[in-house]
Ligand binder design. Sequence first.
Ligand SMILES: [Zn+2]
Length: 380
Amino acid sequence: MASVEAEMTDNSKASNPYSRLMALQRMGIVHNYEKIREYSVAIVGIGGVGSVAAEMLTRCGIGRLLLYDYDKVELANMNRMFFLPNQVGMTKTDAAVQTLSNINPDVVLESFTLNITTVDGFETFMSSLKNKSFNPNSEGTGVDLVLSCVDNYEARMVVNQACNELNQVWMESGVSENAVSGHIQLLIPGETACFACVPPLVVASGIDERTLKRDGVCAASLPTTMGIVAGLLVQNTLKYLLNFGDVSRYLGYNALKDFFPTMEMKPNTQCSNAACMERQKEYILAKPSRDAAAKAKMDADSLVAEEFPIHSENEWNISVVDDDEPDKVSTITSGSLPVGIMHELPSADKFESDPAPAETSNPIDDLEDLRKQLDALNAD
Ligand SMILES: [Zn+2]
C-alpha cells in the first residue's frame, strides 16, 4: 500500500487517480484526505442505492469495503445504475467485486453473499463487523461505519440490532416505493434515536400512499432518485469520516417539490431495544468527560481566535452563531414532525383510520408568500 500513499500525495500528475480528491486538501476543504485509506465501510444491501454508494466510495479511494447481499442481478435492475446486462445471473456481491476491483484495485473488497435476517447470516454479519481492522496502523474493531441500503423494515431492524450491540455508528438510507422521495439518517447508539426508538420516518411524496401499496404491484424505481440518495449518503459518509462540514442527522428528499427537510432525533428513554437502552446509559455516564473535552476545545479555539483576529473591522456585520448549544435537539413525537415528514408505518391505533396526511401544502404556501414578498419589494 505504500505506493498508493505515495501516489495520493503526488497530486500534480494528471495520471494520478487521486489528484482531484487531494485538491480538496490543498483548497482547505478537507484537512487530511489521505486518512480515507485507513477507513473500512460496510454496505448492507447492494441494490440501487448500495451499489452506487459502493462505486462512489471506491472512486474516492476508501481503504476497505465490506459488501452484503444475497440477491442476484436481474434484467429488471437495469433501470438503475451500476450493474450491467452481462452480469445478469451473478450474485450482486460477485458482480460488484468484479466492477469495483476494475475501477480501483487499491480498495480491499470483502463480499458476503448472505441474508442478514437469517440466524446464520446474522452471526456471520456480526463477526465480520468485529474482525480486526485491516489497517496495521489503527487499533480496534473492523469497521468505521455501516451503511444500510436495504429495502425493507425487517433488514433495517437487524442492522439496528447489530449496531446497537456493537456500539457501531451507522447510516440508514431509503427510497420510497413510488420512487419520488428518499432520506438518509445518521444513527449513533445512545446519542441519537435508534431505528426502534422512533417509528421509521419517510418524506411525504404528495401521492396518496394507499394508491401505491397494492399486492402484486412491484415498487417503482428511478436511477435519479436512487443516485441522489446514494450521493447524499456518501457525501455524509465523507464528511463524517474525514471530519469536514456538518454531518446530517436526518436529511429527506422530496423529488416532486425539490424539498430537503432536516431534523435531529433524541433517543427514546423507553426504547424497546435492550442494547439501545444500554448505550443510552453509557452515553449519560460519559457526559462529564464529554463536557470537559468540549470545554477544553472551546478554550483552545478561543486562544487561537485571540491570537489571530480574522478581521478587526466587520463591515458586513456578520455574526457567528454558536452551534454547540446543547438541548436544541427536539424529541420527535408523532405530533411534532417537521413539515413534509411522516411515519412510514401507521401506529397500531391509527391503522384503521386514514394514514397520516401528506403535508405538501406548506412548501407551496411558503413559495407563494415569498413570491408576494418579492412582488411587494419590486413594487416599491
Ligand atoms: Zn432505541
